[in-house]
Design a protein around this ligand. Sequence first.
Ligand SMILES: NC(=O)C1=CN([C@@H]2O[C@H](COP(=O)(O)OP(=O)(O)OC[C@H]3O[C@@H](n4cnc5c(N)ncnc54)[C@H](O)[C@@H]3O)[C@@H](O)[C@H]2O)C=CC1
Ligand SMILES: O=C(O)CCC(=O)C(=O)O
Length: 529
Amino acid sequence: MTTPKVLISDALSEAAVQIFKDRGIEVDFQPSLGKDKDKLAEIIGNYDGLAIRSATKVTAKILENATRLKVVGRAGIGVDNVEIPAATSRGVIVMNTPFGNSITTAEHAIAMMMALARQIPEADRSTQAGKWEKNKFMGVELTAKTLGIIGCGNIGSIVADRAVGLKMRVIAFDPYLSDERAVALGVHKVELEDLLRRADFITLHTPLTDKTRNILDASAIAKCKKGVRIINCARGGLVDEAALAEAIKSGHVAGAAFDVFVEEPATANPLFGLPNVICTPHLGASTTEAQENVALQVAEQMSDYLLQGAITNAVNFPSISAEEAPRIKPFVTLAEKLGSFLGQLTEAAIKGIRIEYEGEVGKLNTRAINAAAITGVLRPFMPEINMVNAAAIAKEKGITIEEVKSSHEGDYESLIRIVVEAEDMARHAAGTVLQDGKPRMVEIRWIDMDAEFAPHMIYIRNDDKPGFIGRFGTLLGEAGVNVATFNLGRDQAGGNAICLVAVDEAVSDDLLRAIEKIPHVKRARRLKF
Ligand SMILES: NC(=O)C1=CN([C@@H]2O[C@H](COP(=O)(O)OP(=O)(O)OC[C@H]3O[C@@H](n4cnc5c(N)ncnc54)[C@H](O)[C@@H]3O)[C@@H](O)[C@H]2O)C=CC1
Ligand SMILES: O=C(O)CCC(=O)C(=O)O
């Protein structure tokens, strides 16, 4: 394996650099590169991994040049600066660090709320200007005030916990917050309208999605209690900035504290310059502790993936632990090759793929193995498919995917059988991985086999009649094709037979046609693995 190479294109803590080096990964640390998209596009093709914060925009265009890229690691939570569908379709795993900066960000929201309640930034400016305006800065107390949390996930829950400690009444709107969790947090679960009507302070902690974009628009803001203060340390775009600016000017909203903006970097914004508006430049995650956490975590996760195939916190692929990865890997290879065998033999439209697991393999995490099987089956039709996008592509094409596990103990400790239901017929093949770690095909159309996969193979279906092998061997010899391995199987003497031959080079169309003309041959196909 060649040494993987990682580019860090944002200002990550240098702790990440050390981790990559310690794990034997080559690393280029270019903390300002993310802002230079042309340069990034120019050099991204040299790297297997890209570690980022929020400044680097991983667009479809950048990904087009990322011919070697296997993983993008976001040292932080939000992955809205990565075009996930484009990464997925290129087979690039996108991972984040969902917890490393949550406390820090929650603390920033609390700090913003306190600063807002007591107008600290403005009082500071006035005092340092020598004005001593003691009567100008009348604040509000937090105790017994109602804090409305929109989005009560990791960060929202920490905010709730701190606010309860400040003796606030905490209400939350989050469709995914369970009643039990709300009780455990000391939070009252409410509908959005109720929250707007009751809250003295509103803090947002949802991701930016089609459902949350402008969740506080002009009409929502109008429903808020007069004098409400609004804090956004989640994502720009959750609040309609222009509508909020109007509501502040009219006095309906008493103040706002924003860390995130629709346009970032924010150099001009409707909120700038308004009274009791506090702005920070997306500092939510900016503490030494949080940055160290996320940098270490992302570097470990990326290294685990590049070196061992372990997947943690990927937003576009199921997790595979470092312990599981080496056990799963040979079965991933087997499933992809078995799937590829069936896919190459299928010409009619595929309606469904069933993956059957027998024995020990069924106890493993089979999601990656399923993805490999789907990839193998569909690649002859869709060359762009990969393990990351396979399930999504199958769904999009209306191909049903079924997984069946049985503890049935057959001849093998582990067996994977793939059944491809196509419009003409169902095709099936099964395989196993023996002690040598190599995948083997052990059954085709219910006929026992024992064939290793080779880069070039010929598959022949024939009647089990004398004379076939001699004629076939002669044809190959006359064409100068060298046979590496030769495997035969039949359901009964004189019945249906299958022949799988590994050859040193791809056979020509003419040779295939000649093979098909041998008496009793029903089908001959060239296979590539
Ligand atoms: N300012 C900064 O520097 C930082 C900002 N963030 C942002 O904070 C946000 C929240 O992060 P986490 O708490 O870690 O995420 P999370 O996924 O743990 O929580 C988000 C919560 O929002 C809820 N939600 C989703 N759609 C909703 C809707 N339509 N209405 C109400 N609730 C909804 C979800 O159910 C979930 O509980 C993310 O957007 C993240 O990018 C995170 C870290 C730093
Ligand atoms: O890396 C940063 O400073 C931004 C953090 C952030 O917004 C996130 O983790 O979602």
